[in-house]
Design a protein around this ligand. Structure first.
Ligand code: ZN
Length: 546
């Protein structure tokens, strides 16, 4: 079993130069461990520094979002690797265990490559075989591939160690690149903040609530002030909520009941096919044209309109600016977009795409899915749903002229719904989606009941819609995306008559309708239905990589 070191020339080299027992272990020097940890950190933090990443960051402070967590990940990773190295050196079989250590490099390098490809805007996810396809291959084939990889590693361990050291040095390149990018973003961002955001500067930036807000809703002279609750259920699909023929087992009583009481559109089109595009269009009230949205190198988002103009997605151009101009207040409970960073709101909570910007998220998101699932790693998507639903009653209870709520359901995955139903996850994404629709229906029921209890205090308008339909990528990924209707209901809380709009309508006009209703220009549900019948139809913008 034991082979003399003299059989392997590189071992001589190892002894002579580093004083370590073999070249594999020379990988674990302080320098290469730091390099590897930086490389690992880059997989998570590099995409945050891409233009869209900077836009989506919920905070203006790059120090808080990138620099500090990067440093913690790099230091913790370095310490961990050095500890593993020390343990291996002390072990009886340093050479074979060191080969195992090389395996660490493989995921680290892959994670780093993922980050680099994300930053470069290369759609890597569609170019590698899906995990599910890999896992579904025959056990014998998997075993054979596993053994092959292990033998290969053992055979070429000397060279792999050298390559490993080279790869580790890429981590230093990440630091240089990240620092340049951070300095660039901070220099091109005219607002206070950036890497050196101090609490005093931060307080002056719009990510914090407008301090002296005007008193709530005074647009009408009536006793009850007008108030709008606008709810976006992410990825809610009209054809699946209201199927032409009933689907056995799919019971959505609240969606159906509200459809009967509200102004109900049967052919409503969202402005775009993706969240990044659709929400800015809805909140600015402007339809989109190619390229839909543009994100500047410093992370400012603008929308591209059909008449060729580019409108910055900032408060002044959105419904929130229009409300502020009227002395009216607004609040947002939102998902994905950095609403609290972009707008001065009286109350705001926003939840970025799962796991953005925390040290724990950096560690967790870099774990391969299979390890994360088995280590009881919390499902961040479900956690967002839970946290939003905990906050929801506080938002419904507010007096603001507009409360905008953008929830991350029924968008897949469906772990939250599976847990609630005590069911194992289904391999069929359409089954999972139906369960999520059940959750959305439950939430809608809660919202309706809550608002009914508040109708004495406010003249309340509830708007329920979505940013896009259930997209092909979830269940037929090779089909090109086509526009499909989304739910759209406008309900004067308490009304029961309802009215149906069967002509195609574009939900992009919702922003204008909300303002006209708050201004008292339209009042009844029949006014609202009539108003929609007079609006132009703007086709849905199909976003790239939808
Ligand atoms: Zn969405």
């Amino acid at each position: 079993m034991y082979r003399a070191d003299s059989e392997l020339p590189h071992s001589w080299e190892g002894r002579r130069r580093g004083g370590l027992p073999n070249p594999e272990l020379r990988l674990i020097t302080a320098g290469s461990a730091l390099g590897m940890s930086l490389l690992y950190a880059s997989g998570y933090f590099l995409p945050l520094l891409a233009p869209t990443g900077v836009y989506l960051l919920p905070t203006r402070s790059l120090f808080q979002a990138v620099v500090l967590p990067s440093a913690v990940v790099a230091l913790a990773g370095t310490a961990g690797l050095l500890m593993i190295g020390a343990l291996l050196r002390a072990s009886r079989m340093p050479r074979s265990s060191a080969t195992l250590l090389l395996l660490l490099l493989v995921p680290m390098t892959m994670i780093a490559l993922k980050g680099i490809l994300d930053v470069a805007g290369i759609d890597w996810q569609n170019r590698i075989p899906r995990t599910r396809e890999l896992l579904s291959t025959q056990r014998a084939v998997k075993l054979l591939v596993g053994v092959g990889v292990a033998v290969g590693l053992w055979w070429f361990r000397g060279y792999l160690a050298k390559i490993g050291r080279l790869v580790a040095s890429l981590g230093y390149a990440y630091t240089a690149f990240a620092l340049c990018r951070i300095v660039f973003v901070c220099n091109s961002d005219p607002s206070p903040g950036g890497i050196f955001t101090s609490p005093a500067l931060a307080a002056a930036s719009p990510e914090f609530a407008r301090p002296a807000a005007a008193p709530a809703a005074t647009a009408t002279s009536g006793i009850r002030s007008r108030r709008v609750v606008w709810v976006i259920f992410d990825e809610a699909d009209f054809s699946r909520i209201y199927p032409a023929t009933p689907v056995p087992g799919l019971d959505l009583p609240n969606f159906h009941k509200l459809a009967g009481a509200a102004v109900f559109a049967t052919q409503a089109n969202s402005p775009a096919s993706a969240t990044l595009f659709s929400l800015p269009a809805l909140l600015t009230g402007s339809a989109l044209a190619s390229p839909g949205v543009s994100v500047s190198a410093s992370g400012s988002l603008s929308i591209d309109t059909p008449n060729g103009t580019r409108i910055p997605f900032v408060e002044a151009n959105t419904i929130f600016g229009a409300l502020a101009g009227r002395g009216l207040t607004a609040s947002v409970l939102g998902f994905y977009h950095p609403y609290c960073k972009l707008f001065a709101l009286l109350r705001c909570d926003n939840f970025p795409w799962p796991g953005t910007t925390s040290v724990a998220a950096a560690f967790e998101s870099n774990l391969p899915g299979i390890i994360a699932a088995r280590s009881g790693h919390p499902d961040t998507w479900s956690e967002i749903t839970e946290r939003m639903l905990r906050l929801l009653p506080e938002y419904l209870a507010r007096d603001d002229a507009l409360t905008f709520i953008h929830l991350n359901v029924p968008h897949l995955p469906a772990a939250y719904a599976d847990d609630r139903l005590h069911l194992a996850a289904s391999p069929d994404p359409l089954v999972e989606y139906s369960r999520n629709l059940g959750v959305a229906d439950h939430i809608l029921g809660d919202i309706v009941r809550d608002l009914e209890g508040r109708a004495a205090r406010h003249d309340l308008l509830l708007i329920v819609s979505s940013d896009h339909w259930l997209r092909n990528r979830w269940y037929q990924a090779n089909q090109p995306e086509v526009e499909r209707p989304v739910p759209f209901m406008v309900w004067k809380v308490g009304d029961t008559q309802g009215s149906v709009i069967s002509q195609p309508v574009s939900t992009v006009h919702t922003e204008t309708m909300v303002l006209e209703w708050l201004d008292g220009k339209i009042t009844t549900e029949s006014d609202i239905a009539e108003w929609w019948r007079g609006q132009t139809f703007d086709p849905t913008f199909i976003a790239p990589h939808t």
